[in-house]
Design a protein around this ligand. Structure first.
Ligand SMILES: CC/C=C\C/C=C\C/C=C\C/C=C\C/C=C\C/C=C\CCCCC(=O)SCCNC(=O)CCNC(=O)[C@H](O)C(C)(C)COP(=O)(O)OP(=O)(O)OC[C@H]1O[C@@H](n2cnc3c(N)ncnc32)[C@H](O)[C@@H]1OP(=O)(O)O
Ligand SMILES: Cc1cc2nc3c(=O)[nH]c(=O)nc-3n(C[C@H](O)[C@H](O)[C@H](O)COP(=O)(O)OP(=O)(O)OC[C@H]3O[C@@H](n4cnc5c(N)ncnc54)[C@H](O)[C@@H]3O)c2cc1C
Length: 660
């Protein structure tokens, strides 16, 4: 084992709590930690899953080929685990998104959509016979699928999709067509050259009548040769900001025929077209992915904050006091302000993600038995948590990259590619503004009719929050109550402005659009009250943890609360009876908390227990040998493999001569 950096050794000695206790708590118990270790060993210690050359130095094509190689090994290994009875949702979570997946495939996995959307759509939308026909092939990966919904012209407004599936009763087939350029499918992961099947979302036509969008199972490529089927036009969409191995593709249809039975028919039981009880049931896979993405936000944040915090303990810069040694940059309070709120935020997102997952499972269970009443609340919560979680995660990763100065800009820090993954989440699976407007739509409805509100756990606070008006106290409960009042006031005001505009003669939709900045802000505030509420409840409910750990978690909870409150200072002053002096008190409390967390900062990120291979960063490794690692990474540049590059002879030398 490499020698550990002296600063990190000192930091680890300062820690006031048992880091293993926190690791087990975060994993859900010691058994779960051991399970995770064994899974990490299974994947990360497999030499086949390592790349000989860093991805950054490969061409676009080589990156893709390497990603396919690794994805196939990953999927084979997941199947091995399933067959050995060591399966479980955690395997998929870890290798598809989260930490293991992004460690092994830094720039994305071209086969992810198979498990994340293709299989869940067949399960959620297919009837019994269809599941019997397709699930075995899909589970055993005899076929590889993707989810083709978005088109060149429409991603958000899915009712506006243009791909058509017209029923031909003579042959009992659907005929798929892409009538315009804008109707081409555009974006689906793995669609370019990897998948041979897809769920295609298209407008269903029977007897000249359009019945709206429906999902179909469609074969794209020959199962033996992988050649595109006749009538299918397919390819990759090209380079992107990040995720350059995910093989996002385009797809067009020219009179392409599929059997009638390929229309997923869970809601059309007798095989003739029957309108489903809610058209929104077709949107179920999107809810599922939004729910799992919130967990990924916590994972990426933990990874980025571990890298930046360890680096900040190792890095020394400037003089705080004359003639004193250069301090560790983690001792600058501005630096602490860049790091510690994101440590706290990782906890907030992990706890809310876990609540959301439970709510999701309850509600989908109810849907199976035809109960739809809790779907709107789930949809509203999933939308805002996905939007706020991914936005905070992307902003957090960028702040943490900046916190690492110049070295944070190196791909060797692994912060740029983590940002590429995080910022993509803000757009896919529902663009964030659009999702916040979905939450706002729900909140306005609730505000206008509070009859049933006490049965709705995520919004019941709105019943009386408008009049909380508590005087300032240095407590999480005060901040929560103030945030709830802000959320209620913002919803109330937005509702009033919509009504005013309608009264002035505007159409409701125009009034909505004119009020939409306020509506987005209201949904954002609602989401932040939920995040704090759940963090608070979770920490208060821990019964059997040590007092030392409880103290650290309480510091983090308080930091999360105060940081949120300070970010919303204007709202507190505007909508609650907070006064200037209270804001000053909040600021002092924040500074006090940063100082309290400082000695435990390294201990907390160590407790995240993220292996070096997962961090993938010269700046964040456990041993803290930052400079040695940066130097070693630089040697991997192909330019350093020869003393003089051929461009010297070709261009530089003649240029230098000409300038003589
Ligand atoms: C077997 C597998 C096992 C395990 C796998 C396990 C784990 C996986 C684990 C980890 C994976 C983790 C991460 C994944 C990693 C990487 C991911 C990589 C790639 C990601 C791929 C991304 C894929 C995509 O992007 S797919 C495309 C997504 N597209 C969108 O999201 C489109 C956004 N647009 C919409 O959702 C809608 O169009 C709209 C909501 C904006 C508007 O719709 P519409 O116009 O039809 O609605 P309205 O007329 O406005 O009506 C609104 C009413 O409907 C209600 N509504 C809307 N949506 C829903 C919904 N989804 N559910 C319920 N209700 C909904 C709405 O509330 C309105 O109701 P009202 O009563 O009328 O008010
Ligand atoms: C990395 C990546 C992977 C993807 N993978 C897949 C995939 O596997 N399968 C798939 O089908 N799709 C996929 N997508 C597509 C993705 O789901 C869409 O890009 C996303 O839903 C946003 O839709 P859009 O591109 O049409 O954005 P637009 O809707 O055109 O958004 C542009 C702007 O318009 C605004 N806007 C749009 N509508 C409204 C409104 N009603 N009110 C207010 N503002 C509005 C938005 O806020 C945004 O600022 C992927 C996208 C990315 C980036």
């Amino acid at each position: 084992m490499a020698k550990i950096n002296e600063d990190l050794l000192k930091e680890r000695k300062k820690c006031s709590f048992n880091t293993a206790e926190l690791t087990h708590l975060l994993d859900g118990g010691k058994d779960k930690t051991l399970e995770r270790h064994s899974r990490e060993h299974f994947f990360l210690d497999d030499p086949e899953l390592r790349s000989k050359i860093p991805l950054e130095y490969l061409s676009h094509k080589e990156k893709y080929e390497e990603a396919v190689r690794k994805s196939c090994i990953l999927f084979r290994k997941v199947q091995e685990l399933q067959e050995a009875g060591k399966g479980g949702i955690e395997n998929f979570r870890e290798i598809l998104g989260g930490q293991l997946g992004s460690a092994i495939l830094k720039d994305g996995n071209p086969l992810t959509l198979h498990y994340v959307m293709f299989i869940p759509t067949i399960t959620g939308q297919g009837d019994f016979e269809q599941q019997a026909e397709w699930m075995h092939k899909a589970w055993t990966c005899s076929i590889i699928g993707t989810y083709a919904q978005t088109e060149l012209g429409h991603g958000t407004f899915i009712r506006g999709l243009e791909t058509t599936a017209t029923y031909d009763p003579k042959t009992e087939e659907f005929v798929l067509n892409s009538p315009t350029l804008t109707s081409y499918k555009w974006w689906p992961g793995g669609l370019g050259h990897s998948a041979n099947f897809a769920i295609v979302v298209a407008q269903l036509y029977t007897q000249g009548k359009c019945h709206g969008i429906h999902p179909f199972i469609v074969q794209l490529r020959d199962e033996e040769t992988h050649m595109p089927m006749k009538g299918i036009k397919i390819g990759e969409i090209g380079c992107k900001l990040g995720m350059n191995s995910t093989n996002n593709g385009y797809l067009g249809f020219e009179n392409y025929r599929i059997p009638r039975t390929n229309l997923l028919m869970k809601n059309n039981k007798d095989g003739t077209y029957v309108k489903s009880p809610s058209s929104k049931l077709t949107y179920g896979t999107m809810i599922f992915v939004r729910v799992v993405l919130v967990q990924d936000c916590a994972s990426y944040m933990k990874k980025a904050v571990t890298i930046a915090t360890r680096y900040s303990a190792v890095r020394h810069q400037s003089e705080m006091k004359p003639n004193c040694p250069e301090p560790q940059i983690i001792d600058y309070v501005t630096q602490q302000y860049k790091l510690f709120p994101y440590i706290a935020m990782s906890f907030a997102f992990q706890y809310s993600a876990s609540w959301l997952w439970d709510i999701y499972n309850n509600v989908t269970g109810e849907l199976e038995s035809g109960q739809l009443e809790n779907l709107p609340e789930l949809h509203a919560l999933a939308c805002c948590l996905k939007a706020v979680g991914t936005a905070d995660c992307a902003a957090g990763v960028e702040t943490l990259r900046l916190a690492c100065g110049g070295h944070g800009y190196m791909t060797a820090s692994n912060l740029p590619s983590t940002y590429g993954l995080a910022t993509a989440m803000c757009t896919y699976e529902g663009e964030n503004t659009v999702l916040l407007l979905q939450t706002a739509r729900y909140l306005i409805k609730i505000w206008q009719n509070k009859k049933n509100i006490q049965n709705l756990p995520t919004v019941r606070y709105l019943d009386n929050a408008l009049f909380n008006n508590r005087s300032y106290e240095k407590s999480v409960s005060w901040i929560l109550s103030a945030l709830q009042q802000v959320a209620a006031a913002k919803i109330d005001l937005a509702n009033k402005h919509i009504n005013d505009r309608v009264r002035q003669g505007k159409a409701y939709e125009d009034a909505w659009n004119e009020t939409s900045i306020e509506l987005v802000a209201a949904a954002d505030a609602h989401c932040r009250t939920f995040l704090l509420d759940i963090f608070n409840l979770t920490v208060n409910n821990f019964q059997s943890i040590s007092p030392e750990l409880k103290a650290v978690l309480t510091d983090l909870l308080e930091l999360y609360a105060v940081h949120t409150a300070i970010r919303m200072t204007g709202d507190l002053l505007r909508f609650t009876n907070t006064i200037g002096k209270d804001v000053e008190a909040l600021q002092l409390w924040l500074e006090e908390l940063l100082a309290k967390i400082r000695p435990n900062a390294i201990g907390i990120v160590d407790s995240f227990d993220i292996r070096d291979e997962v961090l993938g960063s010269a700046l964040g490794a456990y041993d803290g040998n930052v400079y040695e690692r940066l130097f070693a990474e630089a040697q991997k540049s192909p330019l350093n493999h020869e003393p003089v590059n051929k461009s010297f002879g070709l261009y530089l030398k003649p240029f230098l001569k000409n300038n003589l």
